[in-house]
Design a protein around this ligand. Sequence first.
Ligand SMILES: [Zn+2]
Length: 237
Amino acid sequence: MRSTPLLFLFVSLLVAACGQRGRGTGAERALMAPGAAQASSGTDSAPRAPDTVFVASAVPPEIEARMRGVSYPEGAEIPLSELRYLRLSYRDFDGAVQQGEMICNQAIAADLVAIFRQLYLAAYPIRSIRLIDDFGGSDDASMEADNTSCFNYRKAVGLRRLSRHALGMAVDINPLENPYVRGGNVRPASGKPYADRTRSFPHKIDRTDLCYKLFRDHGFAWGGAWRSVKDYQHFEK
Ligand SMILES: [Zn+2]
């Protein structure tokens, strides 16, 4: 019988320990669940910075209104239903997040959304991404402003045939630093200092450039690889 108090004590301690552990586990569970819920609701309600968007949609009526008679003339051979309106976040030359807009052919919309998302994630600097309609449909004005754009219903430079831009199948990136060069003809005119591609300078597209690699990987041809004409800003399918 001498052992009874000791046994009682032992059992009591064991029960107490189990109870303690049980309560502890329960308390941890109780704490974890609300904690997890709080963390997720906190993420939802917290302001997301920077806010980004990479979306392709049908051309909205207000955008169509901006395009008609400008980048999209009467008699254009491509129906608007085959074009897509893209909203694309990008980093400008100061590294600030900006929201761009672009019109392209539906056939390359998914490519462009993926490419510009990658460019954004890599903080690839782009001067601006605005519709050519903001420049009165003038390719020269858009290039002089170093604007990145895609669709513009126009003839190829110096040719009678339609440009791939007229079908929304070509994109020009940072055109000032990556001009169109044909002999002494440089477009935009203020892109002349950048016609010499042996020089190195910021925003230059060459075969080591991320932009070049992404477009190549998505099956685009680069105008900088052409023979007689060099169009360093230009990627087309
Ligand atoms: Zn082009």
